[in-house]
Design a protein around this ligand. Structure first.
Ligand SMILES: [Zn+2]
Length: 295
C-alpha cells in the first residue's frame, strides 16, 4: 500500500424526497434546485438526493465510510406510510455493490467500515462486511439507540404510533448482524488513524458521526453525513429538518461543524448533496461540485 491518503466518492443512485422534509421551513424553496435530475419519478417539491459512500486509502488501512442502500431496500421497507421516501433509483449501474466492482473492490478488501448512522441509506449493506474481518465502527449511542428503540422482540411500530413517537428510517436487516458484539463503538472524537477522526455529531440520530480526514493536497474535509443534510442546510442560522431525532442536540452539533470549519479550514461534505461547502476568503463559504476523488 502506498503512503498516500486519498478519498474516493461513490455516488450510489438517488432517492426522491420532499425538499420540505429535509430542509424544513427553508426560506428559499429553490435552494436545492441543482438536485432536480437523475430520478424518473420526481414529484412537485421533491429533490433527487444522491446517496453516498466513501473509500479512504490510508497507509494504515483501507476504510469504507457508509454502505449505501441495499438492493432490496424497497422490499425491506415494511412501513406503509411514506412509501415515496424510499423511492430509491440506482440508475443503470449505481448500486453500492456495482460501484465497488467498478473500483475493483470487494467486501473483504476493507480494514475498517465506519457507519455514520444506521439509517438504511447508509447501512444498507452492512451484512456483507460483517462477514469479513473488517472492524465495523459506529457510535456507542447509535448502537444503544437501535437496540433500545428498534431492537425489541416486538416491532416498535406495534408499540408506538408510526411517524410520531418512533424514530424511522431503520431496517432491522441492516444492523441485526452487529448483535451482540460485531461492532466496535466510538464516542467523542477519536483519531482512528493519523489524520482520520470520527467526530460525534448527535442529533440527526442518537449517535450520528462525521469523519474528518486530513488530505495531503486538499487539506481537511469533514464527511458530515446527514448531520449537514444538504448544502442548503448550511448557513447562519442552519436549517434543520423534521427527520432530526433531537433538534437541540442537532443544533449544537451544527455549530460544532462550523467551529471545525473555522479552525481547520475544512471542506464540508453534506450527506445528500452533489455540492460541498468550501470556506472562502471573501464569502462566508462557496459551493463546489463534488468530485469523484480527492487527494
Ligand atoms: Zn441519509
Amino acid at each position: 500500500m502506498s503512503g498516500k491518503i486519498s478519498l474516493t466518492v461513490l455516488e450510489c443512485g438517488v432517492t426522491a424526497l420532499d425538499f420540505e422534509l429535509v430542509a424544513t421551513g427553508h426560506p428559499d424553496k429553490q435552494a436545492s434546485k441543482h438536485l432536480s435530475r437523475g430520478h424518473p419519478r420526481l414529484g412537485e417539491g421533491q429533490i433527487a438526493h444522491p446517496v453516498y459512500a466513501y473509500v479512504i486509502e490510508h497507509p494504515g488501512g483501507r476504510i469504507l465510510v457508509d454502505t449505501g442502500f441495499s438492493d432490496a431496500a424497497r422490499k425491506d421497507w415494511k412501513n406503509e406510510h411514506y412509501k415515496g421516501v424510499m423511492d430509491y433509483e440506482p440508475g443503470d449501474d449505481g448500486l453500492f455493490t456495482q460501484r465497488l466492482e467498478q473500483h475493483g473492490l470487494k467486501a473483504g478488501d476493507f480494514d475498517d467500515v465506519i457507519i455514520t448512522h444506521l439509517h438504511t441509506d447508509h447501512a444498507g449493506n452492512v451484512p456483507m462486511f460483517a462477514a469479513t474481518e473488517a472492524r465495523i465502527l459506529l457510535h456507542e449511542e447509535e448502537l444503544r439507540g437501535i437496540v433500545d428503540v428498534k431492537g425489541g422482540m416486538l416491532r416498535d411500530d406495534l408499540l408506538t404510533m408510526w411517524g410520531v413517537t418512533s424514530p424511522q428510517g431503520f431496517t432491522r436487516k441492516d444492523w441485526a448482524c452487529l448483535m451482540p458484539d460485531r461492532a466496535t463503538t466510538v464516542f467523542g472524537d477519536m483519531e482512528i488513524y493519523r489524520g482520520i477522526w470520527t467526530v460525534s455529531l448527535p442529533g440527526h440520530t442518537w449517535g450520528s458521526i462525521g469523519v474528518a480526514v486530513n488530505l495531503p493536497h486538499t487539506g481537511w474535509v469533514l464527511l458530515a453525513s446527514d448531520h449537514i443534510y444538504l448544502a442548503a442546510t448550511w448557513g447562519d442560522p442552519f436549517v434543520g429538518n423534521i427527520l432530526n431525532q433531537d433538534p437541540s442536540a442537532w443544533a449544537l452539533s451544527a455549530v460544532k461543524c462550523r467551529r471545525l470549519q473555522e479552525k481547520y479550514d475544512m471542506r464540508i461534505f453534506p450527506g445528500h448533496d452533489n455540492k460541498i461547502i468550501v470556506p472562502d476568503k471573501h464569502e462566508p463559504f462557496v459551493l463546489e461540485d463534488v468530485r469523484p476523488s480527492y487527494d
